[in-house]
Write a protein that binds this ligand. Structure first.
Ligand code: C5P
Length: 193
């Protein structure tokens, strides 16, 4: 049985950094599931058809990390048929030996509810906005407004809203270094293995 680590949390919480570090540390496969939604939104046309016909090439587009792609992703991510079309791919990814790490919004609650490790990564709004601003070379106030909008959409949608699974462990990265966050995540995984 492959070992699955589910990591959820809002945008710019640090979940991607933790996921990549854990994948490195354990030699597990890593899927940033946000890319699936970003690529679906970026493909244009009918989002349900776009999700059903997503190809590996679609995930390679260079414009997927932009703030606009994030906003478009969170709009189409509220459509139940879009989410349903992306489930199989995520399940197949999670079934890979020796283990897989998926990060997103609904991994612990919907995609991999039986994962032995579920992390929910959070950070204060100000810290998240500053991180995004540094990453994209943008204005922190503008980033804060965008994060608010995206969080609200992700939390309030009916299908697979952003929330911690009941058995998720919370890591707050607001006031700790990246290395400390990674060490905390490894300590949690070690207890579960
Ligand atoms: O994580 P990232 O910022 O790339 O995600 C972009 C958007 O995709 C999120 O705001 C969310 O609406 C959607 N998403 C989702 N479920 C996931 C991953 C991302 O709904 N598992």
């Amino acid at each position: 049985m492959p070992f699955i680590i589910a990591i959820d949390g809002p945008a710019a919480s640090g979940k991607g950094t933790i996921a990549r570090a854990l994948a490195d540390h354990y030699g597990f496969h890593h899927l940033d599931t946000g890319l699936l939604y970003r690529a679906t939104g970026a493909k244009g046309g009918d989002p349900i058809e776009a999700a059903r016909n997503l190809t590996p090439d679609d995930l390679q587009r260079s414009d997927l990390r932009s703030a606009d792609a994030g906003q478009a992703a969170s709009r189409i991510a509220a459509i139940p048929e879009v989410r349903a079309a992306l489930v199989d791919f995520q399940h197949r990814f999670a079934a890979q030996d020796p283990g897989a790490i998926l990060d997103g919004r609904d991994i612990g609650t919907v995609i991999c509810p039986d994962a032995p490790v579920k992390l929910y990564v959070v950070a204060s709004n100000e810290v998240r906005a500053q991180r995004r601003a540094d990453e994209l070379g943008a204005d922190p106030a503008e980033m804060l407004a965008q994060l608010h909008e995206r969080d609200r959409r992700d939390r309030e949608r009916d299908t697979a809203p952003l929330r911690p699974a009941d058995d998720a462990l919370i890591i707050d990265t607001s006031n700790i270094s990246i290395d400390e966050a990674i060490a905390a995540a490894i300590a949690i995984v070690e207890r579960a293995r």
